[in-house]
Design a binder for this molecule. Structure first.
Ligand code: C5P
Length: 244
């Protein structure tokens, strides 16, 4: 295993510090999404659009509205389908201003996604959903533990040409140490302060980046704050300090 000290896991990629915070628009429709975007203003430049809003909103209108406001978009569709359908979905995404697309499939699905990537788009592989544990994997017929499966799927995703992975803070460190610093790691499950909700494998802002994340995804700690914009700005302040 290559040796790294904690400092060497800190991302050295040319990413503007304020782009490193991704806020999920986990709301029911475009009106609610854009209200949140307005409320957060300049504090947030990167948004994640997931299944709830893809189904509840008019996705293309939303992406266009975000682009018009100068925002970046992570399309978290976790595509998992026959390769031709994954290929078609990524091709459709490429018609709009989408920066990250998530794919959650086997090698052939990942290959199909990578083949349709457009300039400026990056494909992120979801390795193993953080809601699955070793018992769930056995139920699904996998005779391997979560950690080993995450490692193996991440390695194959990168060999195939994916730009990175979505991974919890704990996995981030393990993947960096084994697979190097080149690929992207996007880390959800961030709790800036003591955790009180359903996310179990959480890390705080500093820890996530020290463990090798390039981007963090922070939802409820911002959305649920008394002053969401101040909460986002506080996190941006912490990120600025880490990358100063
Ligand atoms: O509100 P919270 O900060 O928990 O939001 C985290 C976001 O990241 C949600 O949109 C959730 O669906 C997503 N996510 C996650 N764990 C993963 C992949 C995505 O929490 N492994």
């Amino acid at each position: 295993m290559p040796e790294h000290d904690a400092e060497s896991l800190l991302s050295r990629k040319q990413i503007a510090p304020r782009d490193r915070l991704i806020v999920p628009l986990d709301v029911a429709d475009n009106a609610a999404a854009l209200a949140l975007v307005e409320q957060l203003g300049e504090a947030v430049r990167f948004y994640k659009v997931g299944l709830e809003l893809i189904i509840g909103g008019a996705f293309v209108d939303l992406v266009n509205a975000l682009a018009a406001r100068g925002k970046k978009v992570m399309l978290d569709g976790k595509f998992f389908d026959v390769p031709e359908t994954v290929r078609a979905a990524v091709r459709q995404a490429g018609k709009h201003q989408v920066t990250f697309v998530t794919v959650h499939g086997n090698d052939e699905m990942l290959r199909a996604a990578v083949a349709e990537k457009t300039p400026g788009m990056q494909i992120l592989a979801v390795t193993v959903l953080t809601s699955l544990d070793d018992a769930d994997l056995r139920d699904l017929g996998f005779h391997v533990d979560v950690r080993a499966l995450v490692r193996s799927r991440a390695k194959r995703a990168l060999d195939i040409g994916c730009d990175g992975v979505v991974s919890s803070g704990q996995e981030a460190e393990d993947l960096r140490l084994r697979l190097g610093n080149q690929f992207l790691i996007v880390t959800p499950g961030i709790r800036p302060v003591k955790n009180v909700d359903d996310q179990k494998r959480t890390v705080d802002v500093e820890e996530a980046f020290q463990k090798g994340a390039d981007y963090i995804v922070v939802g409820r700690p911002i959305r649920g704050a008394a002053d969401p914009r101040a909460a986002a700005e506080a996190i941006q302040g912490r990120i600025a300090k880490i990358f100063a």
